[in-house]
Design a protein around this ligand. Structure first.
Ligand code: PEP
Ligand code: MN
Length: 270
């Protein structure tokens, strides 16, 4: 199958502020809550994750939702709390821009521009991100082929950006007992056809916390360059994606297991 994409030419080593965060010897863990809810939630979760050695904090302050009545993130104010995380704990930030209207707010704050599954086809957003100097994490839409993912990436790459990370986060199949189905075959195609780091997201794929640790371990064994994983200090109270969030104790345990698996396959999990 012809899967020609500019992503075959991109950087396979991705740096943030001059430090290499993604390469083929590393599996970088990006952990944090789905949504930015409050200053307390963000700062206390970040502190605990930083103490475990996590270097990239994830949390969305502009959340694309399938239900217009659901919480959509703390918005611009939440970005200020993410800046505080950077200053206080020295962590890097990955936060999403849900559509073009908030790109100009998110871009100056985030270290990695997250374009979520539902925004994968937003051409204005892709082009704006492509004109930025910051790495882009592009999540595959749950109904998109790999070819469509690559073509959407090219909308950004044609603007000059060379730093892209592809994220497989589950596709929709006939199966309804998990939220989505993690497409590891598609992930293998991404690996084979591009030099870009491959990121896997066990949280959104599974949708239920009981399955997330096993899948996260499988993702490390698969040999991805990064994992996006949702962690909440009190999942029962989470305002977004509560069923899939690990609590801090569960996360600590799986992070240790992921480290052991990384050792076995020659990738440093960090
Ligand atoms: C997220 O990472 O919280 C998110 C919204 O994921 P996705 O875009 O894959 O649905
Ligand atoms: Mn989420």
């Amino acid at each position: 199958m012809d899967l020609i994409s500019k992503s075959a030419e991109v950087y396979n080593r991705i740096t943030i502020d001059g430090e290499e965060f993604f390469n083929h010897d590393t599996c970088r863990v990006m952990a944090g809550p789905c949504a930015v809810e409050s200053r307390d939630q963000i700062l206390s979760t970040a502190e605990m994750l930083a103490n475990m050695g996590i270097s990239i904090f994830r949390a969305g302050s502009f959340k694309p939702r399938t239900n217009p009545y659901a919480f959509q993130g703390a918005g611009e104010e939440g970005l200020r709390w993410l800046e505080e995380v950077k200053e206080t704990y020295g962590m890097k930030i990955i936060t999403e821009t849900s559509d073009y209207s908030n790109f100009h707010l998110v871009e100056p704050v985030t270290d990695i521009i997250q374009i979520g599954a539902k925004a994968m086809f937003d051409h204005a957003l892709l082009k704006a991100a492509g004109a930025s100097k910051k790495p882009i994490l592009l999540k595959r839409h749950f109904g998109a082929t790999i070819d469509e993912l690559f073509k959407m990436a090219d909308f950004a790459l044609l603007e000059g950006n060379r730093q892209i990370l592809f994220c497989e986060r589950g596709i929709r199949t006939f199966e309804t007992s998990s939220r989505f189905t993690l497409d590891l075959c598609g992930a293998a195609v991404i690996k084979n056809n591009t030099r870009a780091p491959l990121i896997l997201d066990p949280s959104h794929a599974m949708g239920y916390s009981f399955g997330v640790p096993d899948i996260a371990n499988a993702c490390v064994a698969f040999g991805c360059e990064g994992i996006l994983i949702e962690v909440h200090h009190n999942p029962a109270e989470a305002m977004c994606d509560k069923e899939q969030a690990l609590d801090l104790k569960q996360f600590k345990q799986v992070y240790e297991q992921m480290n052991s698996i990384g050792l076995a396959i020659g990738k440093q999990v960090k």
